[in-house]
Ligand binder design. Sequence first.
Ligand SMILES: O=P(O)(O)OC[C@H]1O[C@H](OP(=O)(O)OP(=O)(O)O)[C@H](O)[C@@H]1O
Ligand SMILES: O=c1cc[nH]c(=O)[nH]1
Ligand SMILES: [Mg+2]
Length: 219
Amino acid sequence: MHIHNLSEENSILNTFIAEIRDVNIQKDSMRFRRNIERVGEILGYEMSKSLPFNSKNVETPLGNCDIDLPESDIVLCSILRAGVPLHNGLLNYFDAAENAFISAYRHHKENPDTFEIIVEYLACPSLEGKTLILADPMLATGQSMLATFEALKPFGTPKSVHLISIVGAQEGVDYVSKNFAEDTHLWIATIDPKLNDKGYIVPGIGDAGDLAYGQKVQH
Ligand SMILES: O=P(O)(O)OC[C@H]1O[C@H](OP(=O)(O)OP(=O)(O)O)[C@H](O)[C@@H]1O
Ligand SMILES: O=c1cc[nH]c(=O)[nH]1
Ligand SMILES: [Mg+2]
């Protein structure tokens, strides 16, 4: 796997990550969602540099010029719920992309410390020969990312796969590295050292879905 960890270089991205992590600032859910969206824009911009480009002639009011444009065969797939603001950020830049949505959530059974990943809702165009961007702000154990990718298989084989995430745990990064094809790209804003015994990233940010959209009742 090609891992692009954007925290290896200082940029304005650090400010957005600090606000997403900050226990006081993150309480403002509108700002939290917008920060996730802004990071989506930055990750999308960085990822765009790896796309194939083709020259196109553009007519201006005063003449013509050639400009290299990225291929536009992108399918943007996000994992509900926390993926929604990240999806919006990516779609701000890849506005011609096709879109897919999938639900993958952690279902806690009798023991609150163990969970399984449930995939239920799935809406997806053909993926055959296209560029698949799979987006989820949190890469904790990596199980949601893999369960999602497996669920997408009946929709065709993409020509390239890009995972986009904001905060990862080293364990989750290792898990996706091991389970996705070698030519898969991971674009991630920052990687934290560990998971706690409930599978939350430490120091992380807390529960991204709840911070964006409020607490849900476990069922
Ligand atoms: O890498 P993993 O261990 O699979 O964990 C990451 C998943 O957990 C979060 O979703 P959550 O289940 O909290 O759902 P939500 O977005 O509805 O809150 C997050 O958005 C990922 O989908
Ligand atoms: O730390 C974590 C792990 C999974 N999901 C979250 O929202 N946060
Ligand atoms: Mg959640």
